[in-house]
Design a protein around this ligand. Sequence first.
Ligand SMILES: NC(=O)c1ccc[n+]([C@@H]2O[C@H](COP(=O)([O-])OP(=O)(O)OC[C@H]3O[C@@H](n4cnc5c(N)ncnc54)[C@H](OP(=O)(O)O)[C@@H]3O)[C@@H](O)[C@H]2O)c1
Length: 384
Amino acid sequence: MSRKRILLLGSTGSIGTQTLDVISRHSDRFRVVGLAAGSNADAVSEQAARFDVRHVGLADTVQASRLQAENSLVEVFGGSDGLVEMVHAVAPDLVVGAISGFAGLPSILAALELGINVALANKEPLVAAGELIMTTAERTGAEVIPIDSELSAILQCLAGEKRSDISRVLLTASGGPFAKLPPEQLSQVTPQQALAHPNWKMGQKVTIDSATLANKGFEVFEVRWLFDVSFDRIEVVVHHQSVIHSLVEFSDTSVIAQLGWPDMRVPIQYALSYPDRLASDLKPLDLTKTSPLTFAAPDTDRFPCLQLAYEAGRAGGGYPVVLTGADEAAVRLFLQERIGFAEIAGCIEQALEAFDGQTVTGLDEIEEVNDWAVRFVTESADKS
Ligand SMILES: NC(=O)c1ccc[n+]([C@@H]2O[C@H](COP(=O)([O-])OP(=O)(O)OC[C@H]3O[C@@H](n4cnc5c(N)ncnc54)[C@H](OP(=O)(O)O)[C@@H]3O)[C@@H](O)[C@H]2O)c1
């Protein structure tokens, strides 16, 4: 059997390195044919040598030129346009989208335009451009396969089921590190505290988004677009243990759930092998060893980002783009200790209120609105 040729975008990050781990465990099934990252030239170069890869991409053009000058064994594609060019040049069987933030959008779209399947971890593109991504995939026959554990769970719950039989999707949320913190202490949270997630080890942006519940709001959009479920049928349930990864309720009130230890390599492997399952030597779930499984409604008063996501989703048009752009800028400001943790939601809310409601269709307009939201939040912080 020929090996699936994989182009890994975001190879140096948490999802990227875990994807390489999965590929190493199944080297008879998968082969890496391209690697791309933001600016970490040394890590990408080391990965290219380890996996015998000839095509690499770096969004940072200075680092891309440096790497090309130092390493003649690889062809380096530089800049955001370079990553798109790389998708065309490599023409893989599968693109893994594991870049963090809005920056992942153009290369994902390029793959789908070419009819290439995308295993997607990167959630911001689906929030900002869900309709564009899904209509592009539909037009070219490409598939978007989720990597996110909750979305992978839903995909698995829906195997053999009719979408029209879904009555609710129950999206589980760990609640983040501050689920039990008194409200008055939320404003004192430091970036170091927010970066210590209790159950998952992830990149900085998604870890902060998990602490504010913005991340769960983004996953609501993922459900909306990947499974064509309306916002009012998607409910978030706080489940601190992260053992049940999500559930689907059907019209006869039956509920199907997917369970496992919190280990991203499981949904990554499923996305790479989909629709097949591969055997794994990862730790099997032992229900006698889990903490008691608990469930609660999310506290949207203390964590307003989740509610803001629903509002932006229902408003549609350019609002979801503003949601992700403003969040990305606000998280950056928080990590730079320029705003407090509790101000992240305020930045998003102000940007949504200030937005002129412009509709968006193509990539150019989406990028324009995203840039506006980033600028709005950053300039507001500069003024205060
Ligand atoms: N980590 C998880 O468990 C998890 C779970 C579900 C979904 N996700 C989603 O998956 C995505 C990646 O998360 P992560 O935790 O792996 O993030 P991460 O550890 O921060 O890694 C981000 C990756 O993106 C690259 N990158 C950053 N900016 C870029 C740009 N402008 N152009 C190209 N590449 C760029 C980084 O390269 P450098 O190293 O050079 O900066 C790195 O390879 C996010 O959208 C996140 O929400 C993550």
